[in-house]
Design a protein around this ligand. Structure first.
Ligand code: MTE
Ligand code: MO
Length: 198
């Protein structure tokens, strides 16, 4: 039954699949609510809060250095996908061109459609995190978060905000959409930080 959609981790990749996860076939779509339809032309991205406010349109953002990425993807609903190939902009490249107040400790990720998710600044500003606009060399589809999403490979994928349009820098932790609804505030898959426990 399950075999049609999920594979058991094989011995070669078993050590890359966190506890309680199965490998998905294909790349499932997981969205709460409707899929925002945002074109590259209308897409805007802002930073605010404990940061010098700044705004980018698509062509400004495309001037940031770009890289290709291969990352594993772990959804808390228990599917994982290994070796997803993306093109995007490292979070650390954006950080170089913004001025964050030294008091900032947390970030709220904001999206078209109203989804939010919170992340501590040390989990956000990591070399392996990136803003993605291509998936397997094709423009990122709307269902997977196009035109632009965040990818945070070391945390459960609900932290990888689709249709991202802003970052709010905070000096305290606030909870995002799923975190207010019982998901763990950090969400580290190897520690199975699925639910908040309160
Ligand atoms: N804006 C927004 N981002 C989101 C979500 C969402 O509902 N809205 N779902 C999250 C969850 S739970 C997962 S598992 C991944 C799924 O990404 P995918 O649909 O590209 O597989 O996106 C995350 N980012
Ligand atoms: Mo998810």
């Amino acid at each position: 039954m399950l075999g049609k959609f999920f594979q058991k981790p094989t011995s070669e990749n078993g050590d890359r699949v966190p506890p309680g996860q199965h490998l998905a076939q294909g790349f499932p779509v997981l969205t709460y609510g409707a899929t925002p339809q945002v074109s590259r032309e209308e897409w805007e991205f802002s930073v605010w809060g404990l940061v010098q406010p700044q705004k980018w349109n698509w062509s400004d953002f495309m001037k940031l250095p770009q890289n290709e990425f291969t990352a594993d993807f772990h959804c808390v609903t228990r599917w994982s996908k290994l070796d997803v190939k993306w093109t995007g902009v490292k979070v650390t490249e954006l950080i170089k061109v913004i001025q964050i107040d030294s008091k900032a400790t947390h970030v709220m990720e904001h999206c078209y459609g109203g989804y939010t998710t919170n992340i501590a600044i040390e989990d956000f500003v990591r070399e392996e995190n990136f803003f993605a606009f291509k998936l397997f060399n094709e423009p990122l589809s709307a269902e997977h978060g196009g035109p632009m999403r965040l990818v945070v490979p070391h945390l459960y994928a609900w932290k990888s905000a689709k249709w991202i349009n802003g970052l709010e820098f905070l000096d305290h932790e606030e909870l995002g959409f799923w975190e207010r609804n019982g998901y763990h505030r950090r969400g580290e898959p190897w520690a199975e930080e699925r639910y908040s426990g309160f």
